[in-house]
Design a protein around this ligand. Sequence first.
Ligand code: AMP
Length: 194
Amino acid sequence: MATVKSICVYCGSSAKGPASHAAAAVELGRRMAENNIQLVYGGGRVGLMGILADAVLAAGGEVIGIIPKFLDELEVGYFEATRLEIVDSMHERKSRMAELSDAFAVLPGGLGTMDETFEILTWRQLGLHDKPILILDQDGYWTPAKKLIDHIIDSNYAAPKARKLVNFVDTIDDLFTTLDALPDAKLAVEAEKL
Ligand code: AMP
């Protein structure tokens, strides 16, 4: 994992889900800090987002938050971040988060998390980046998303290769083991025909 210096994490702005989800956010944050991997995220202090950022800082790691102006108040910008960038729009936020990261990890979350995840998947499908995308299927939370991708492929709206765009992992341990085993990320590579 030598080349992974920063991971963009998408996760819920709520923490009202099962306690195991918050525990996963804490473990991910701690292990990122221990591995000197910077957290890039949406810059909020609410929900799993805040729990994750707290865990990174508590373990001595770095947190880069990217938040649009209008959400800075709603989600309450995480001013303790090592760096908090205030941007003009959601689109700018997502681009900036992608730009600053070597890999993407997805924890449980809501519609925003799903939007961010599918966008980064489609950007990879289009060859705009070739950075690893790992989805933590904590307690089967994202199994419906995995099934949806299979359904899309079975219905010929994506080629079977699309399965390779993303790695579903069951635990934070698996996440780091999988990341370690993946080839180095390539930026803006020529798209493989998917
Ligand atoms: P959620 O998973 O809905 O709790 O949202 C997680 C993060 O995604 C939060 O930082 C939200 O601001 C963000 N988000 C919510 N909706 C969208 C959207 N349509 N596009 C991009 N990000 C979003």
